[in-house]
Each structure stands twice: as structure tokens, then as C-alpha cells.
Design a protein around this ligand. Structure first.
Ligand SMILES: *Cc1c(COP(=O)(O)O)cnc(C)c1O
Length: 453
């Protein structure tokens, strides 16, 4: 009994000491080599023993020499630094989080200013920033999208969208697309298409069907047969350009035709713009690019400006009004908190003032052209390079080649993303603020890596 008690006390004391050491590290602007070594050791040990050793195995495979090398520590602009001080150009961009760059000063200022006054909301009084952000969203989103519900992540935005769609009719059927990615909570996973992520959790939400993305005939036939068997479609959910699926751009009129089918059959159209939104594709939203108005728009990732986790669904009155009677039908404690709203408001401000969507279109075109030129003579390795704005995919003939390329580029200080759903394609989604010089560096490295293979 005494020993147990003593152990507990000792343990608590040790935990406190450890906490103080960690806090002192967070506080530091520069770490010594010795401190860096300590951080690396604690990180690797912590991942192995308490996070998930699987991550270490994964990192080892993408790091030259099988070391864990990169423990990230700081960031700014288009780059992040590991704790040893090596700088990487971030072409993965957190899978599209950093549209306004890493720690954009205007976003950091808004969040810090808000933090110095109030961090989270009472949950009871009216919080002003939520109202103001909702108004801004109504102004910048396409068509008659008008009401916003705020979340903390992409998957939460999709969950909210599905519930709003379900509330707008008594139907239960959803059409999603193959290679789709909508998140990994049970509802959004129902729309996500990759078997390996879904199988252990089956059955998911009943009523989901997947049709090939871009195939309007299959979409039409599915609408028809669902109506025929009395399982009318409640909604269609898709990404206007598929991200995780490997940057897949649909045929020119596809999304307009999907819109028309939804109208014909009285179904709700949900655009998951968690990745394509906030300027990524060369317009503020991909919906603008394809000139299609969804009934519900899902946002997250870059919505919080790479500073705060934040997401939103924006819907038109027709579908959203079902939540008027009881606004507690769908809620979240942290969604739309003042810090997240401050970040999102500042982010939209930066995107508009600095014309970042237009910039994404221009730089994207330059980047795409450069990558295509660099791949000339390597047709045996590179199958296709495609993109829209700063959402670019390089597809290889085999997974192994893409994998070698991302490894080679990582070693040269450039982070690119092998996709989760389609590892044959590596994704390039840098900050929309990336400089032409940095783009040239990436293109040059790509060329060099291809040459050594
Ligand atoms: C990343 C992503 C999600 C999931 O977002 P989380 O914040 O990781 O839950 C959903 N949809 C799309 C299109 C995404 O790219």
C-alpha cells in the first residue's frame, strides 16, 4: 500500500518534471544540438511506445538511409524545418491546408488578438464571429448558399452535410463516387470509396451506392433504378475534383449534368470542397470553376488558414431550413469557436486581398508546364501529369516509381504527397503563395530525381 502510494507520488513528480521540460522546449526560439537530440529521441520513443509504431515503419521507408530524420519543428511561408534545421519546401501542403502559407502573419495576428481577449465561447450567449463569418461565407460562396454550420474538420463537415441532406426528405439513398475521399468517421466513410479503409467497419450507413466518378450515364442509370425500386436518391456527394483519389478532373460537363439529374429527381447535391475549396483550383471554390451551384458545400483543411482546425458546411435555405425549428438537431462544442472563426475570417481576407485564387491559376499553369517538360524522355516512368490550379498530380506507371520519386525529392528537401487512395500518383499542393523561384527548385529536383532512376 505504502509503496503504491509512493510510486504514484514519484510518478506524478516525474510527469510534472517532464511536462516542464516539454514546455521549456515549446518556449524556445532556438534549440541546441543536445536539445534537438532529446526531442528526436522522445519523439521516436513516444511514437513507438505510445502513439503507433506503424508510423515509424512508414517514415523509415520514405527517408533516405532508413533514418527517421525528420522531426518537424517550425514553419513559415512555403517551408517547414525539421528540428535539425533542414528546410523543406512544402509541396504536400498538409494535403491542402496551407493555401495562405505556413503561419500567415495576418491569420496568426487575428488568432492571437482573439486569444488575448477570449479563446472559446460560452456555448450559450451569441458569439459574434460565428455570425460574421457566416455572412462572409454567404457572400463568397456560389449562388444562394446562405446558412453556415461550423465544424472542426473535414469529416465533421461531411457528417453535417449528410444529416442536413437526410433531414430535407424522407429518403435514405446516397450516391457517391469511386475513388472518393470524404473522411474516416463512420458517416463520411460510407461515402469514401477505398475498400481497405471501409471493410473492417462494414456495414456503414445503409443506402450508399458508388458509381464511377465522371461517368454520367452510370449516374443517370443509378438515379433511374433507385427511383424504380422505391429507394429514391436523397443526395449525391462528390468532390468536384478528386484529391486523395489522385487529382482526378471530371469531363467538362459532368458536374452540370449531375446538377441537372439532382434537380430532375429532387435530390440534394453536396460538393465536398474540403480540398478544392479556398482558392486551390484557381477559383475560390471549384463550384465556381465548373459553374455549378451545389445545395451544400463542405469546407475544412485550408479554411482555418493553416493555423486553426476549422471547417464549415454552407447550405441554401431550402435544405437548411429544416434545422430552424430545432437548431440543436446537429451541434458541436468546439465548431465555430472564436479562434477558428478569427482564423477563417483572416484567411478569406488574405485570399481576397492577395488574389490568391488567381495566383493559384497562374502559378499552377507554370508549374504544370514545367513538370511536363521535366518529364520529357521519361515516358517509361511517368504516365501523366495533370492539374487544375495548384492541385497537381503526377501519375506513374507503377506505385514503386512514384514512391522512389517522392523519396528522392524528400531527400532534396521537397515534401510531396503520395496519395492515400492512389499511391501511383503523387500530389503537389503547395501554398498558393509559393514563389516562382521555389517552383523552379521543385521542377529542377523532379528532373534530377527522374534522371537518377
Ligand atoms: C481531407 C478530406 C476530408 C477529411 O478531412 P479531415 O479533416 O481529415 O477529416 C474530407 N473530404 C475531402 C475531399 C478531403 O480531402
Amino acid at each position: 500500500m505504502t509503496t503504491e502510494l509512493k510510486n504514484t507520488v514519484n510518478n506524478e513528480q516525474q510527469v510534472s518534471e517532464y511536462i516542464n521540460k516539454v514546455l521549456s522546449m515549446i518556449e524556445k526560439e532556438e534549440v541546441t544540438q543536445e536539445e534537438a537530440q532529446w526531442v528526436i529521441k522522445e519523439t521516436v520513443d513516444g511514437f513507438r511506445d505510445h502513439v503507433n509504431p506503424g508510423f515509424l515503419a512508414y517514415r523509415k521507408t520514405v527517408t533516405e538511409g532508413g533514418q527517421f530524420a525528420a522531426v518537424e519543428w517550425s514553419d513559415g511561408g512555403s517551408c517547414f524545418k525539421d528540428i535539425n534545421g533542414k528546410t523543406y519546401i512544402d509541396c504536400l501542403g498538409g494535403f491542402g491546408i496551407y493555401n495562405v502559407g505556413h503561419r500567415n502573419p495576418k491569420v496568426v495576428k487575428a488568432v492571437t488578438d482573439q486569444l488575448n481577449r477570449q479563446a472559446l465561447h460560452s456555448q450559450d450567449l451569441l458569439d459574434p464571429l460565428r455570425a460574421m463569418l457566416a455572412k462572409i461565407l454567404a457572400d463568397i460562396t456560389p449562388g444562394d448558399l446562405k446558412y453556415a454550420f461550423f465544424t472542426n474538420s473535414g469529416t465533421e463537415s461531411v457528417e453535417a452535410a449528410l444529416k442536413i441532406a437526410k433531414m430535407s426528405s424522407d429518403r435514405t439513398t446516397f450516391i457517391a463516387t469511386t475513388k472518393a475521399f470524404h473522411g474516416k468517421s463512420l458517416g463520411s466513410l460510407s461515402g469514401t470509396a477505398k475498400g481497405v479503409f471501409r471493410k473492417p467497419f462494414l456495414p456503414l450507413i445503409p443506402g450508399f451506392r458508388h458509381v464511377p466518378f465522371g461517368d454520367i450515364d452510370m449516374m443517370r442509370k443509378t438515379f433511374e433504378s433507385c427511383a424504380f425500386v422505391g429507394e429514391d436518391v436523397a443526395g449525391v456527394i462528390l468532390e468536384p475534383i478528386q484529391g486523395e483519389g489522385g487529382i482526378i478532373i471530371p469531363p467538362a460537363n459532368y458536374l452540370k449534368e449531375v446538377r441537372a439529374l439532382c434537380d430532375e429527381y429532387g435530390a440534394v447535391l453536396i460538393f465536398d470542397e474540403v480540398q478544392t475549396g479556398m482558392g486551390r483550383t484557381g477559383k475560390m471554390f471549384a463550384a465556381d470553376l465548373f459553374e455549378v451551384e451545389p445545395d451544400i458545400l463542405c469546407l475544412a483543411k485550408a479554411f482555418g488558414g493553416g493555423v486553426m482546425p476549422a471547417g464549415a458546411v454552407v447550405a441554401n435555405e431550402k435544405v437548411f431550413q429544416n434545422l430552424f425549428d430545432n437548431p440543436f438537431m446537429h451541434t458541436t462544442t468546439f465548431g465555430g469557436n472564436p479562434l477558428a472563426c478569427a482564423a477563417a475570417i483572416a484567411t478569406i481576407g488574405v485570399l481576397l486581398e492577395e488574389n490568391l485564387p488567381e495566383r493559384a491559376a497562374e502559378v499552377g499553369e507554370y508549374f504544370l508546364k514545367g513538370l511536363k517538360e521535366a518529364a520529357q524522355g521519361h515516358e517509361d516512368k511517368v504516365l501523366e501529369i495533370r492539374g487544375q490550379g495548384l492541385m497537381i498530380g503526377i501519375e506513374f506507371h507503377q506505385d514503386e516509381i512514384g514512391y522512389e520519386v517522392s523519396k528522392g525529392m524528400f531527400d532534396k528537401g521537397i515534401l510531396v504527397a503520395g496519395t492515400l487512395v492512389n499511391s501511383k500518383t503523387i500530389r503537389i499542393e503547395p501554398p498558393l503563395t509559393i514563389s516562382y523561384e521555389e517552383v523552379d527548385t521543385v521542377i529542377q529536383s523532379f528532373k534530377e530525381v527522374l534522371a537518377t532512376m
